[in-house]
Design a protein around this ligand. Structure first.
Ligand SMILES: Cc1ncc(C[n+]2csc(CCOP(=O)(O)OP(=O)(O)O)c2C)c(N)n1
Ligand SMILES: [Mg+2]
Length: 599
Protein backbone atom coordinates (compact mmCIF):
# COMPACT_ATOMS: atom_id res chain seq x y z
CA UNK A 1 0.00 0.00 0.00
CA UNK A 2 1.14 3.57 -0.56
CA UNK A 3 3.29 5.15 2.04
CA UNK A 4 1.13 8.15 2.75
CA UNK A 5 3.98 10.03 4.37
CA UNK A 6 5.73 10.26 1.01
CA UNK A 7 2.76 11.73 -0.82
CA UNK A 8 2.69 15.42 -1.69
CA UNK A 9 0.36 17.35 0.62
CA UNK A 10 -2.96 18.30 -0.93
CA UNK A 11 -4.03 21.91 -0.98
CA UNK A 12 -6.94 21.12 1.34
CA UNK A 13 -4.42 19.39 3.56
CA UNK A 14 -6.90 17.83 5.97
CA UNK A 15 -7.96 14.51 4.50
CA UNK A 16 -5.65 11.71 5.64
CA UNK A 17 -6.18 9.73 2.41
CA UNK A 18 -4.25 11.44 -0.35
CA UNK A 19 -4.01 8.40 -2.60
CA UNK A 20 -6.10 10.09 -5.26
CA UNK A 21 -3.85 13.10 -5.72
CA UNK A 22 -4.13 13.79 -9.45
CA UNK A 23 -1.37 16.35 -9.75
CA UNK A 24 0.25 18.84 -7.44
CA UNK A 25 -2.46 20.63 -5.54
CA UNK A 26 -5.58 19.00 -7.03
CA UNK A 27 -7.48 16.45 -5.02
CA UNK A 28 -9.89 13.83 -6.18
CA UNK A 29 -12.73 13.39 -3.70
CA UNK A 30 -12.55 10.02 -1.92
CA UNK A 31 -15.59 8.64 -3.73
CA UNK A 32 -14.05 9.44 -7.09
CA UNK A 33 -11.19 7.90 -8.96
CA UNK A 34 -9.14 9.21 -11.85
CA UNK A 35 -7.31 8.08 -14.94
CA UNK A 36 -4.00 7.60 -13.14
CA UNK A 37 -5.57 5.35 -10.55
CA UNK A 38 -7.61 3.37 -13.05
CA UNK A 39 -4.53 2.59 -15.17
CA UNK A 40 -2.72 1.39 -12.05
CA UNK A 41 -5.72 -0.62 -10.84
CA UNK A 42 -6.23 -2.20 -14.27
CA UNK A 43 -2.59 -3.27 -14.51
CA UNK A 44 -2.48 -4.61 -10.95
CA UNK A 45 -5.77 -6.45 -11.38
CA UNK A 46 -4.10 -8.32 -14.24
CA UNK A 47 -1.04 -9.31 -12.26
CA UNK A 48 1.35 -6.71 -13.64
CA UNK A 49 3.86 -6.25 -10.83
CA UNK A 50 6.78 -4.62 -12.68
CA UNK A 51 7.08 -1.93 -15.32
CA UNK A 52 10.09 -0.59 -17.20
CA UNK A 53 10.13 3.03 -18.24
CA UNK A 54 11.36 6.57 -18.10
CA UNK A 55 9.34 9.43 -16.52
CA UNK A 56 8.37 12.83 -17.92
CA UNK A 57 5.25 14.68 -19.13
CA UNK A 58 2.57 13.31 -19.01
CA UNK A 59 3.44 10.11 -17.15
CA UNK A 60 5.65 11.35 -14.31
CA UNK A 61 2.91 11.04 -11.74
CA UNK A 62 1.97 7.64 -13.13
CA UNK A 63 5.46 6.30 -12.41
CA UNK A 64 5.34 7.70 -8.86
CA UNK A 65 1.88 6.40 -8.20
CA UNK A 66 2.70 2.97 -9.62
CA UNK A 67 5.60 2.72 -7.20
CA UNK A 68 3.43 3.97 -4.34
CA UNK A 69 0.86 1.31 -5.25
CA UNK A 70 3.45 -1.45 -4.88
CA UNK A 71 4.30 -1.98 -8.55
CA UNK A 72 8.04 -2.28 -9.12
CA UNK A 73 9.09 0.57 -11.39
CA UNK A 74 12.47 0.16 -13.05
CA UNK A 75 13.48 3.56 -14.31
CA UNK A 76 15.96 3.62 -17.21
CA UNK A 77 18.28 6.15 -18.84
CA UNK A 78 16.90 5.60 -22.36
CA UNK A 79 13.49 4.27 -23.42
CA UNK A 80 14.91 1.84 -25.96
CA UNK A 81 16.59 -0.08 -23.16
CA UNK A 82 13.40 -0.01 -21.09
CA UNK A 83 11.59 -1.36 -24.13
CA UNK A 84 14.04 -4.19 -24.69
CA UNK A 85 13.75 -4.99 -20.99
CA UNK A 86 9.97 -5.16 -21.28
CA UNK A 87 10.17 -7.34 -24.38
CA UNK A 88 12.40 -9.95 -22.79
CA UNK A 89 10.47 -9.84 -19.52
CA UNK A 90 7.49 -10.85 -21.65
CA UNK A 91 9.44 -13.72 -23.19
CA UNK A 92 10.64 -14.97 -19.82
CA UNK A 93 7.36 -14.68 -17.93
CA UNK A 94 4.63 -15.17 -20.58
CA UNK A 95 3.04 -12.02 -19.17
CA UNK A 96 3.19 -8.82 -21.24
CA UNK A 97 6.27 -6.79 -20.39
CA UNK A 98 5.26 -3.17 -19.90
CA UNK A 99 7.32 -0.21 -21.12
CA UNK A 100 6.13 3.24 -20.14
CA UNK A 101 7.32 6.34 -22.02
CA UNK A 102 6.56 10.02 -22.56
CA UNK A 103 5.19 11.31 -25.85
CA UNK A 104 6.85 11.75 -29.26
CA UNK A 105 10.63 11.31 -28.68
CA UNK A 106 10.20 8.96 -25.72
CA UNK A 107 7.61 7.01 -27.68
CA UNK A 108 9.90 6.78 -30.70
CA UNK A 109 12.77 5.64 -28.51
CA UNK A 110 10.55 2.84 -27.26
CA UNK A 111 9.22 1.99 -30.72
CA UNK A 112 12.30 0.08 -31.86
CA UNK A 113 11.80 -2.28 -28.97
CA UNK A 114 8.10 -2.61 -29.75
CA UNK A 115 8.89 -3.60 -33.32
CA UNK A 116 11.56 -5.96 -31.99
CA UNK A 117 8.98 -7.58 -29.71
CA UNK A 118 6.57 -8.04 -32.61
CA UNK A 119 9.27 -9.51 -34.86
CA UNK A 120 10.44 -11.87 -32.14
CA UNK A 121 6.92 -12.80 -30.97
CA UNK A 122 7.48 -11.51 -27.44
CA UNK A 123 4.46 -10.20 -25.54
CA UNK A 124 5.02 -6.56 -24.70
CA UNK A 125 2.91 -3.44 -24.26
CA UNK A 126 4.39 -0.05 -25.00
CA UNK A 127 2.35 2.44 -22.99
CA UNK A 128 3.05 6.01 -24.05
CA UNK A 129 1.59 9.27 -22.92
CA UNK A 130 0.58 11.47 -25.83
CA UNK A 131 -0.34 15.08 -26.49
CA UNK A 132 -3.74 16.70 -27.04
CA UNK A 133 -5.68 14.95 -29.78
CA UNK A 134 -7.37 18.13 -31.01
CA UNK A 135 -4.06 19.90 -31.41
CA UNK A 136 -2.20 16.91 -32.83
CA UNK A 137 -4.89 16.19 -35.40
CA UNK A 138 -4.94 19.79 -36.61
CA UNK A 139 -1.13 19.85 -36.52
CA UNK A 140 -1.16 23.03 -34.48
CA UNK A 141 2.19 22.44 -32.83
CA UNK A 142 1.52 20.90 -29.44
CA UNK A 143 4.28 20.04 -26.99
CA UNK A 144 5.75 16.77 -28.33
CA UNK A 145 3.15 16.58 -31.05
CA UNK A 146 2.96 13.31 -32.90
CA UNK A 147 0.30 10.95 -34.23
CA UNK A 148 1.74 8.09 -32.21
CA UNK A 149 -1.07 5.61 -32.78
CA UNK A 150 -0.67 5.75 -36.55
CA UNK A 151 3.09 5.42 -36.29
CA UNK A 152 2.95 2.49 -33.90
CA UNK A 153 0.37 0.48 -35.79
CA UNK A 154 2.56 -1.05 -38.53
CA UNK A 155 5.15 -2.07 -35.95
CA UNK A 156 2.76 -3.64 -33.50
CA UNK A 157 0.51 -6.66 -33.42
CA UNK A 158 -2.23 -4.27 -32.27
CA UNK A 159 -2.52 -0.62 -31.26
CA UNK A 160 -5.18 1.03 -29.11
CA UNK A 161 -5.96 4.47 -27.73
CA UNK A 162 -8.05 5.24 -24.67
CA UNK A 163 -9.78 8.62 -24.58
CA UNK A 164 -12.09 8.23 -21.59
CA UNK A 165 -11.40 7.07 -18.06
CA UNK A 166 -14.28 4.58 -18.18
CA UNK A 167 -12.58 2.81 -21.11
CA UNK A 168 -9.25 2.22 -19.37
CA UNK A 169 -10.29 -1.23 -18.18
CA UNK A 170 -11.24 -2.33 -21.68
CA UNK A 171 -8.12 -0.74 -23.19
CA UNK A 172 -5.78 -2.54 -20.82
CA UNK A 173 -7.65 -5.82 -21.24
CA UNK A 174 -7.49 -5.60 -25.02
CA UNK A 175 -3.79 -4.79 -24.91
CA UNK A 176 -3.07 -7.76 -22.65
CA UNK A 177 -5.05 -10.20 -24.79
CA UNK A 178 -3.48 -8.95 -28.00
CA UNK A 179 0.02 -9.24 -26.55
CA UNK A 180 -0.14 -12.78 -25.17
CA UNK A 181 -2.80 -14.68 -27.13
CA UNK A 182 -2.04 -16.66 -30.27
CA UNK A 183 1.35 -15.66 -31.58
CA UNK A 184 2.53 -13.11 -29.01
CA UNK A 185 3.74 -9.68 -30.07
CA UNK A 186 4.15 -6.02 -29.28
CA UNK A 187 1.08 -3.92 -28.53
CA UNK A 188 0.87 -0.15 -28.37
CA UNK A 189 -1.40 1.56 -25.86
CA UNK A 190 -1.80 5.31 -26.35
CA UNK A 191 -2.81 7.29 -23.26
CA UNK A 192 -3.34 10.99 -23.98
CA UNK A 193 -2.36 13.44 -21.26
CA UNK A 194 -5.96 14.50 -20.78
CA UNK A 195 -6.96 10.99 -19.75
CA UNK A 196 -4.99 10.89 -16.52
CA UNK A 197 -6.72 13.63 -14.51
CA UNK A 198 -10.22 12.64 -15.71
CA UNK A 199 -12.32 11.67 -12.74
CA UNK A 200 -15.28 9.34 -12.35
CA UNK A 201 -17.21 7.69 -9.59
CA UNK A 202 -14.90 5.26 -7.81
CA UNK A 203 -17.43 2.43 -7.70
CA UNK A 204 -18.24 2.78 -11.39
CA UNK A 205 -14.52 2.94 -12.10
CA UNK A 206 -13.94 -0.28 -10.24
CA UNK A 207 -16.76 -1.97 -12.14
CA UNK A 208 -15.27 -0.83 -15.44
CA UNK A 209 -12.06 -2.81 -14.93
CA UNK A 210 -11.58 -6.24 -16.47
CA UNK A 211 -9.54 -9.06 -15.03
CA UNK A 212 -8.70 -10.93 -18.19
CA UNK A 213 -9.80 -14.55 -17.98
CA UNK A 214 -7.49 -17.01 -19.74
CA UNK A 215 -5.47 -14.38 -21.64
CA UNK A 216 -3.56 -16.92 -23.74
CA UNK A 217 -6.06 -19.71 -24.37
CA UNK A 218 -4.59 -23.08 -25.26
CA UNK A 219 -4.93 -23.93 -28.92
CA UNK A 220 -5.29 -27.66 -29.29
CA UNK A 221 -4.01 -29.18 -32.54
CA UNK A 222 -6.28 -31.29 -34.70
CA UNK A 223 -5.74 -35.05 -34.10
CA UNK A 224 -5.37 -35.76 -37.82
CA UNK A 225 -2.63 -33.13 -38.08
CA UNK A 226 -0.81 -34.77 -35.18
CA UNK A 227 -1.15 -38.19 -36.79
CA UNK A 228 0.10 -36.92 -40.14
CA UNK A 229 3.17 -35.47 -38.46
CA UNK A 230 3.90 -38.60 -36.44
CA UNK A 231 3.51 -40.83 -39.50
CA UNK A 232 5.99 -38.71 -41.41
CA UNK A 233 8.49 -38.73 -38.55
CA UNK A 234 8.11 -42.44 -37.99
CA UNK A 235 8.92 -43.27 -41.58
CA UNK A 236 12.01 -41.06 -41.61
CA UNK A 237 15.45 -42.52 -42.16
CA UNK A 238 17.28 -39.40 -41.08
CA UNK A 239 14.96 -37.36 -38.83
CA UNK A 240 15.88 -34.14 -37.10
CA UNK A 241 14.13 -31.89 -34.57
CA UNK A 242 14.80 -28.17 -34.82
CA UNK A 243 13.92 -26.17 -31.71
CA UNK A 244 13.19 -22.45 -31.95
CA UNK A 245 12.64 -19.81 -29.33
CA UNK A 246 8.90 -20.39 -29.62
CA UNK A 247 9.56 -23.76 -28.02
CA UNK A 248 11.43 -22.03 -25.23
CA UNK A 249 8.62 -19.52 -24.76
CA UNK A 250 6.06 -22.33 -24.42
CA UNK A 251 7.54 -23.47 -21.09
CA UNK A 252 6.60 -27.04 -21.98
CA UNK A 253 10.05 -28.20 -20.92
CA UNK A 254 9.24 -31.62 -19.48
CA UNK A 255 7.11 -32.66 -22.46
CA UNK A 256 9.70 -31.42 -24.94
CA UNK A 257 12.37 -33.43 -23.17
CA UNK A 258 10.10 -36.47 -23.17
CA UNK A 259 9.39 -36.06 -26.89
CA UNK A 260 13.07 -35.63 -27.69
CA UNK A 261 14.21 -38.56 -25.60
CA UNK A 262 11.15 -40.68 -26.48
CA UNK A 263 11.71 -40.41 -30.22
CA UNK A 264 15.49 -40.55 -29.93
CA UNK A 265 15.64 -38.03 -32.77
CA UNK A 266 18.72 -35.77 -32.90
CA UNK A 267 17.90 -32.15 -32.18
CA UNK A 268 19.32 -28.81 -33.12
CA UNK A 269 18.49 -25.76 -30.99
CA UNK A 270 18.30 -22.27 -32.41
CA UNK A 271 20.17 -19.71 -30.36
CA UNK A 272 17.53 -18.93 -27.73
CA UNK A 273 16.35 -22.55 -27.62
CA UNK A 274 19.74 -23.67 -26.37
CA UNK A 275 19.37 -25.42 -23.03
CA UNK A 276 15.80 -26.62 -23.65
CA UNK A 277 17.54 -29.94 -23.91
CA UNK A 278 21.10 -29.56 -22.64
CA UNK A 279 23.70 -28.73 -25.29
CA UNK A 280 25.74 -31.59 -23.85
CA UNK A 281 22.91 -34.12 -24.42
CA UNK A 282 23.97 -37.02 -26.62
CA UNK A 283 21.16 -36.26 -29.08
CA UNK A 284 22.28 -32.64 -29.51
CA UNK A 285 23.51 -32.21 -33.08
CA UNK A 286 24.78 -28.62 -32.82
CA UNK A 287 28.37 -29.70 -33.42
CA UNK A 288 27.28 -31.38 -36.65
CA UNK A 289 24.90 -28.64 -37.88
CA UNK A 290 26.30 -28.33 -41.38
CA UNK A 291 25.99 -32.09 -41.79
CA UNK A 292 22.48 -32.68 -40.41
CA UNK A 293 20.65 -29.84 -42.20
CA UNK A 294 21.33 -31.00 -45.77
CA UNK A 295 21.30 -34.69 -44.88
CA UNK A 296 18.08 -34.99 -42.84
CA UNK A 297 15.10 -36.41 -44.72
CA UNK A 298 12.39 -35.25 -42.29
CA UNK A 299 12.81 -32.14 -40.17
CA UNK A 300 10.38 -31.22 -37.42
CA UNK A 301 10.39 -27.49 -36.65
CA UNK A 302 9.16 -26.72 -33.15
CA UNK A 303 8.49 -23.01 -32.68
CA UNK A 304 11.13 -22.16 -35.27
CA UNK A 305 10.45 -20.19 -38.43
CA UNK A 306 12.23 -20.86 -41.70
CA UNK A 307 13.52 -17.28 -41.89
CA UNK A 308 16.99 -16.02 -42.78
CA UNK A 309 18.44 -17.65 -39.67
CA UNK A 310 17.66 -20.98 -41.33
CA UNK A 311 18.47 -19.83 -44.87
CA UNK A 312 14.71 -19.76 -45.62
CA UNK A 313 14.74 -23.56 -45.66
CA UNK A 314 16.56 -23.76 -48.98
CA UNK A 315 19.88 -23.38 -50.75
CA UNK A 316 23.20 -24.95 -49.91
CA UNK A 317 22.50 -25.13 -46.16
CA UNK A 318 19.68 -27.56 -46.90
CA UNK A 319 21.34 -29.42 -49.74
CA UNK A 320 19.75 -27.35 -52.54
CA UNK A 321 21.88 -27.07 -55.68
CA UNK A 322 21.39 -23.30 -56.05
CA UNK A 323 20.63 -20.58 -53.47
CA UNK A 324 16.89 -20.76 -54.27
CA UNK A 325 16.66 -24.52 -54.70
CA UNK A 326 14.88 -26.63 -52.09
CA UNK A 327 16.64 -29.56 -50.54
CA UNK A 328 14.95 -32.94 -50.64
CA UNK A 329 13.71 -32.98 -47.04
CA UNK A 330 10.14 -32.97 -45.81
CA UNK A 331 9.04 -30.70 -42.98
CA UNK A 332 6.79 -31.02 -39.98
CA UNK A 333 6.11 -27.60 -38.50
CA UNK A 334 4.65 -27.04 -35.06
CA UNK A 335 3.57 -23.43 -34.80
CA UNK A 336 0.81 -21.39 -33.22
CA UNK A 337 0.23 -19.42 -36.41
CA UNK A 338 -1.67 -21.17 -39.21
CA UNK A 339 -0.08 -18.76 -41.68
CA UNK A 340 3.47 -19.78 -40.90
CA UNK A 341 3.46 -23.00 -42.93
CA UNK A 342 4.61 -22.77 -46.56
CA UNK A 343 6.07 -19.29 -46.02
CA UNK A 344 9.31 -20.37 -47.66
CA UNK A 345 9.17 -24.02 -48.66
CA UNK A 346 6.48 -26.69 -48.62
CA UNK A 347 5.44 -27.87 -45.17
CA UNK A 348 4.27 -31.46 -45.49
CA UNK A 349 2.78 -31.75 -42.03
CA UNK A 350 1.77 -28.51 -40.33
CA UNK A 351 0.67 -28.90 -36.73
CA UNK A 352 -1.09 -25.74 -35.65
CA UNK A 353 -1.62 -25.02 -32.00
CA UNK A 354 0.20 -23.74 -28.98
CA UNK A 355 3.46 -25.59 -28.66
CA UNK A 356 2.71 -27.03 -25.25
CA UNK A 357 -0.55 -28.53 -26.46
CA UNK A 358 1.02 -29.78 -29.71
CA UNK A 359 3.92 -31.48 -27.98
CA UNK A 360 1.71 -33.15 -25.40
CA UNK A 361 -0.71 -34.27 -28.13
CA UNK A 362 2.19 -35.82 -30.03
CA UNK A 363 3.43 -37.56 -26.91
CA UNK A 364 -0.03 -38.94 -26.21
CA UNK A 365 -0.42 -40.19 -29.79
CA UNK A 366 2.99 -41.89 -29.96
CA UNK A 367 2.77 -45.62 -29.48
CA UNK A 368 4.88 -47.33 -26.88
CA UNK A 369 7.17 -49.03 -29.37
CA UNK A 370 8.24 -45.93 -31.24
CA UNK A 371 11.19 -46.97 -33.42
CA UNK A 372 14.50 -45.31 -32.67
CA UNK A 373 16.09 -43.56 -35.67
CA UNK A 374 18.34 -45.81 -37.78
CA UNK A 375 21.72 -46.42 -36.13
CA UNK A 376 23.46 -45.45 -39.36
CA UNK A 377 22.12 -41.87 -39.08
CA UNK A 378 22.97 -41.54 -35.40
CA UNK A 379 26.41 -42.99 -36.01
CA UNK A 380 27.15 -40.59 -38.86
CA UNK A 381 26.17 -37.63 -36.69
CA UNK A 382 28.20 -38.90 -33.73
CA UNK A 383 31.24 -39.24 -35.95
CA UNK A 384 31.01 -35.59 -37.13
CA UNK A 385 30.34 -34.41 -33.62
CA UNK A 386 33.37 -36.16 -32.21
CA UNK A 387 35.58 -34.69 -34.89
CA UNK A 388 34.25 -31.13 -34.47
CA UNK A 389 34.26 -31.28 -30.68
CA UNK A 390 37.91 -32.35 -30.76
CA UNK A 391 38.70 -29.49 -33.13
CA UNK A 392 36.96 -27.06 -30.81
CA UNK A 393 38.79 -28.46 -27.76
CA UNK A 394 42.07 -27.80 -29.52
CA UNK A 395 41.15 -24.17 -30.19
CA UNK A 396 39.94 -23.73 -26.63
CA UNK A 397 43.15 -25.15 -25.17
CA UNK A 398 45.33 -22.52 -26.81
CA UNK A 399 46.41 -19.61 -24.70
CA UNK A 400 47.50 -16.80 -26.97
CA UNK A 401 48.53 -13.33 -25.79
CA UNK A 402 46.54 -11.17 -26.20
CA UNK A 403 43.46 -13.35 -25.62
CA UNK A 404 41.29 -14.34 -28.57
CA UNK A 405 37.58 -15.20 -28.60
CA UNK A 406 38.28 -18.85 -27.84
CA UNK A 407 40.58 -18.37 -24.86
CA UNK A 408 38.28 -15.78 -23.29
CA UNK A 409 35.11 -17.73 -23.97
CA UNK A 410 36.65 -20.92 -22.66
CA UNK A 411 36.49 -19.19 -19.27
CA UNK A 412 32.86 -18.13 -19.77
CA UNK A 413 32.07 -21.70 -20.83
CA UNK A 414 33.47 -23.04 -17.54
CA UNK A 415 31.71 -20.41 -15.47
CA UNK A 416 28.34 -21.13 -17.10
CA UNK A 417 28.90 -24.87 -16.62
CA UNK A 418 29.50 -24.23 -12.92
CA UNK A 419 26.49 -21.86 -12.75
CA UNK A 420 23.96 -23.43 -15.13
CA UNK A 421 21.13 -21.46 -13.55
CA UNK A 422 22.65 -18.09 -14.52
CA UNK A 423 21.09 -16.03 -17.30
CA UNK A 424 23.37 -15.42 -20.29
CA UNK A 425 22.81 -12.26 -22.32
CA UNK A 426 24.76 -12.05 -25.56
CA UNK A 427 25.25 -9.55 -28.38
CA UNK A 428 27.90 -8.50 -30.87
CA UNK A 429 29.02 -10.07 -34.14
CA UNK A 430 32.00 -12.32 -33.43
CA UNK A 431 31.24 -11.89 -29.73
CA UNK A 432 27.80 -13.36 -30.46
CA UNK A 433 28.70 -16.12 -32.86
CA UNK A 434 31.61 -17.49 -30.86
CA UNK A 435 29.69 -17.37 -27.59
CA UNK A 436 26.77 -19.22 -29.13
CA UNK A 437 28.98 -22.00 -30.41
CA UNK A 438 31.43 -22.23 -27.48
CA UNK A 439 29.30 -21.71 -24.37
CA UNK A 440 27.06 -24.71 -23.67
CA UNK A 441 23.67 -24.08 -22.08
CA UNK A 442 22.10 -26.53 -19.69
CA UNK A 443 18.71 -25.13 -18.75
CA UNK A 444 15.75 -23.68 -20.67
CA UNK A 445 15.45 -19.91 -21.27
CA UNK A 446 18.87 -19.05 -19.87
CA UNK A 447 20.30 -17.71 -23.11
CA UNK A 448 18.78 -14.46 -24.42
CA UNK A 449 20.29 -12.62 -27.34
CA UNK A 450 19.90 -10.44 -30.43
CA UNK A 451 17.03 -12.54 -31.80
CA UNK A 452 15.43 -12.41 -35.22
CA UNK A 453 16.90 -9.08 -36.26
CA UNK A 454 20.42 -9.59 -34.97
CA UNK A 455 19.91 -6.24 -33.30
CA UNK A 456 22.61 -4.47 -31.29
CA UNK A 457 21.47 -2.70 -28.15
CA UNK A 458 19.55 -5.35 -26.23
CA UNK A 459 22.43 -5.98 -23.81
CA UNK A 460 21.83 -3.92 -20.68
CA UNK A 461 18.03 -3.80 -21.06
CA UNK A 462 17.90 -7.60 -21.25
CA UNK A 463 20.36 -7.91 -18.35
CA UNK A 464 18.28 -5.65 -16.13
CA UNK A 465 15.02 -7.41 -16.97
CA UNK A 466 16.54 -10.86 -16.55
CA UNK A 467 17.88 -9.95 -13.12
CA UNK A 468 14.63 -8.28 -12.09
CA UNK A 469 12.18 -10.96 -13.20
CA UNK A 470 14.28 -14.02 -12.40
CA UNK A 471 16.37 -12.87 -9.44
CA UNK A 472 19.19 -14.92 -10.97
CA UNK A 473 22.78 -14.01 -11.63
CA UNK A 474 23.16 -12.48 -15.09
CA UNK A 475 26.25 -12.80 -17.26
CA UNK A 476 26.26 -10.47 -20.27
CA UNK A 477 28.83 -11.27 -22.94
CA UNK A 478 29.12 -8.18 -25.10
CA UNK A 479 31.06 -7.04 -28.11
CA UNK A 480 32.59 -3.62 -27.39
CA UNK A 481 30.45 -2.08 -30.13
CA UNK A 482 27.31 -3.87 -28.96
CA UNK A 483 27.83 -2.69 -25.39
CA UNK A 484 28.02 0.92 -26.52
CA UNK A 485 24.37 0.94 -27.54
CA UNK A 486 23.13 0.57 -23.96
CA UNK A 487 26.22 1.12 -21.80
CA UNK A 488 24.76 4.01 -19.83
CA UNK A 489 22.36 1.58 -18.20
CA UNK A 490 25.30 0.50 -16.02
CA UNK A 491 24.04 3.31 -13.81
CA UNK A 492 20.63 1.61 -13.70
CA UNK A 493 22.25 -1.73 -12.84
CA UNK A 494 24.15 -0.08 -9.97
CA UNK A 495 21.15 1.98 -8.82
CA UNK A 496 19.03 -1.14 -8.39
CA UNK A 497 21.98 -3.21 -7.16
CA UNK A 498 21.42 -5.98 -9.72
CA UNK A 499 23.59 -9.11 -9.94
CA UNK A 500 24.84 -8.41 -13.45
CA UNK A 501 28.35 -9.31 -14.59
CA UNK A 502 29.12 -7.68 -17.93
CA UNK A 503 32.02 -9.16 -19.87
CA UNK A 504 33.11 -6.99 -22.78
CA UNK A 505 35.10 -8.87 -25.40
CA UNK A 506 37.04 -5.79 -26.34
CA UNK A 507 38.75 -5.91 -29.73
CA UNK A 508 38.69 -2.12 -30.21
CA UNK A 509 35.98 -2.08 -32.82
CA UNK A 510 33.10 -3.32 -34.91
CA UNK A 511 34.10 -6.85 -35.98
CA UNK A 512 37.78 -6.05 -35.40
CA UNK A 513 39.88 -3.12 -34.32
CA UNK A 514 42.75 -2.96 -36.77
CA UNK A 515 41.26 -1.09 -39.71
CA UNK A 516 42.78 2.20 -40.80
CA UNK A 517 41.55 5.20 -42.74
CA UNK A 518 42.56 4.40 -46.35
CA UNK A 519 43.18 8.09 -47.10
CA UNK A 520 45.81 8.34 -44.40
CA UNK A 521 43.77 11.15 -42.81
CA UNK A 522 43.49 11.71 -39.08
CA UNK A 523 39.93 10.41 -38.72
CA UNK A 524 39.94 6.77 -37.65
CA UNK A 525 38.25 4.04 -39.72
CA UNK A 526 34.47 3.99 -39.20
CA UNK A 527 34.86 0.50 -37.75
CA UNK A 528 37.25 1.21 -34.88
CA UNK A 529 37.06 2.81 -31.45
CA UNK A 530 39.49 4.41 -29.03
CA UNK A 531 42.24 1.88 -28.55
CA UNK A 532 42.70 0.49 -25.07
CA UNK A 533 39.36 1.98 -23.88
CA UNK A 534 38.78 1.43 -20.15
CA UNK A 535 35.13 0.39 -20.18
CA UNK A 536 35.40 -1.04 -16.65
CA UNK A 537 35.60 2.49 -15.26
CA UNK A 538 32.01 3.05 -16.36
CA UNK A 539 30.77 0.57 -13.75
CA UNK A 540 33.15 2.01 -11.15
CA UNK A 541 31.73 5.46 -11.80
CA UNK A 542 28.42 4.30 -10.33
CA UNK A 543 29.76 2.28 -7.42
CA UNK A 544 30.04 -1.11 -9.10
CA UNK A 545 33.16 -3.20 -9.63
CA UNK A 546 35.34 -2.73 -12.68
CA UNK A 547 38.09 -5.12 -13.73
CA UNK A 548 40.57 -4.99 -16.59
CA UNK A 549 41.34 -8.58 -17.63
CA UNK A 550 44.12 -9.35 -20.08
CA UNK A 551 44.49 -13.08 -19.38
CA UNK A 552 42.06 -15.98 -18.97
CA UNK A 553 43.13 -16.28 -15.31
CA UNK A 554 42.23 -12.65 -14.63
CA UNK A 555 38.92 -13.07 -16.42
CA UNK A 556 38.13 -16.22 -14.44
CA UNK A 557 38.96 -14.62 -11.09
CA UNK A 558 36.87 -11.57 -11.88
CA UNK A 559 33.84 -13.59 -13.02
CA UNK A 560 34.01 -15.83 -9.98
CA UNK A 561 34.23 -12.81 -7.68
CA UNK A 562 31.27 -11.17 -9.44
CA UNK A 563 29.13 -14.25 -9.00
CA UNK A 564 30.17 -14.69 -5.36
CA UNK A 565 29.41 -11.08 -4.51
CA UNK A 566 26.39 -10.59 -6.82
CA UNK A 567 27.69 -7.03 -7.20
CA UNK A 568 27.32 -5.11 -10.46
CA UNK A 569 30.56 -5.86 -12.28
CA UNK A 570 32.04 -4.93 -15.63
CA UNK A 571 35.01 -6.90 -16.87
CA UNK A 572 36.89 -5.35 -19.76
CA UNK A 573 38.35 -8.48 -21.37
CA UNK A 574 41.00 -7.30 -23.80
CA UNK A 575 41.26 -9.50 -26.85
CA UNK A 576 43.34 -9.35 -30.01
CA UNK A 577 42.05 -6.58 -32.26
CA UNK A 578 42.76 -8.79 -35.24
CA UNK A 579 40.70 -11.67 -33.89
CA UNK A 580 37.33 -11.04 -35.53
CA UNK A 581 35.94 -11.49 -39.04
CA UNK A 582 33.75 -9.03 -40.90
CA UNK A 583 30.07 -9.52 -39.86
CA UNK A 584 31.04 -12.61 -37.85
CA UNK A 585 29.32 -15.66 -39.36
CA UNK A 586 27.06 -13.75 -41.71
CA UNK A 587 29.66 -12.21 -43.98
CA UNK A 588 27.75 -13.62 -46.95
CA UNK A 589 24.83 -11.27 -46.24
CA UNK A 590 27.03 -8.18 -46.54
CA UNK A 591 26.73 -6.83 -50.09
CA UNK A 592 29.85 -4.65 -49.81
CA UNK A 593 32.05 -7.32 -48.28
CA UNK A 594 35.19 -7.83 -50.28
CA UNK A 595 38.01 -10.18 -49.57
CA UNK A 596 40.60 -8.39 -47.48
CA UNK A 597 44.20 -8.37 -48.59
CA UNK A 598 46.17 -10.90 -46.58
CA UNK A 599 47.71 -9.37 -43.52
C1 LIG B 1 20.90 -1.59 -34.15
C2 LIG B 1 22.02 -2.13 -34.96
N1 LIG B 1 22.92 -1.31 -35.53
C3 LIG B 1 23.95 -1.81 -36.24
C4 LIG B 1 24.07 -3.15 -36.44
C5 LIG B 1 25.22 -3.70 -37.29
N2 LIG B 1 26.12 -4.46 -36.46
C6 LIG B 1 26.10 -5.82 -36.41
S1 LIG B 1 27.18 -6.43 -35.33
C7 LIG B 1 27.75 -4.90 -34.91
C8 LIG B 1 28.80 -4.71 -33.87
C9 LIG B 1 29.89 -5.75 -33.91
O1 LIG B 1 30.96 -5.36 -33.12
P1 LIG B 1 31.14 -5.86 -31.65
O2 LIG B 1 29.87 -5.74 -30.90
O3 LIG B 1 32.31 -5.16 -31.06
O4 LIG B 1 31.41 -7.40 -31.84
P2 LIG B 1 32.74 -8.08 -32.41
O5 LIG B 1 32.42 -8.67 -33.74
O6 LIG B 1 33.80 -7.01 -32.53
O7 LIG B 1 33.09 -9.11 -31.41
C10 LIG B 1 27.08 -3.93 -35.62
C11 LIG B 1 27.33 -2.47 -35.47
C12 LIG B 1 23.09 -3.98 -35.85
N3 LIG B 1 23.11 -5.32 -35.96
N4 LIG B 1 22.09 -3.46 -35.10
MG1 LIG C 1 34.30 -5.57 -31.18
Amino acid sequence: MPDEAQKPASRAGTAPDTSNVASAGDRVPAQETDGFQLVIDALKLNGIDTIFGLPGIPITDLTRKLQAAGVRVISFRHEQNAGYAASIAGFLTRKPGICLTVSAPGFLNGLTALAHATTNCFPMILVSGSSEREVVDLQQGDYEEMDQLAIARPHAKAAFRVLHAEDIGVGVARAIRAAVSGRPGGVYLDLPAKLFPQTMDAEAGKRSLIKVVDPAPRQIPAPDAVKRALDLLKGAKRPLILLGKGAAYAQADADLLALGVGTGIPFLPMSMAKGLLPDTHEQCASAARSYVLPEADVVMLVGARLNWLLSQGKGKTWGGATPKAWGGQKFVQIDISPQEADSNVRIDAPVVGDIGSCVSAMLAAMDANWPQPPAEWLGAIAERKTKNVAKMAESLAQNPAPMNYHSALNVVRDIVKANPDAMLVNEGANALDFTRSIVDMYQPRRRIDVGTWGVMGIGMGYSIAAAVVSGKQVIAVEGDSAFGFSGMECETICRYGLPVCVVILNNNGVYRGDEVNPTGGTDPSPLVFVKGARYEKLMEAFGGTGVLATTPAELRNAMEAAIRSRKPTLINAVIDEKAGTESGRITSLNPAARKKATQ
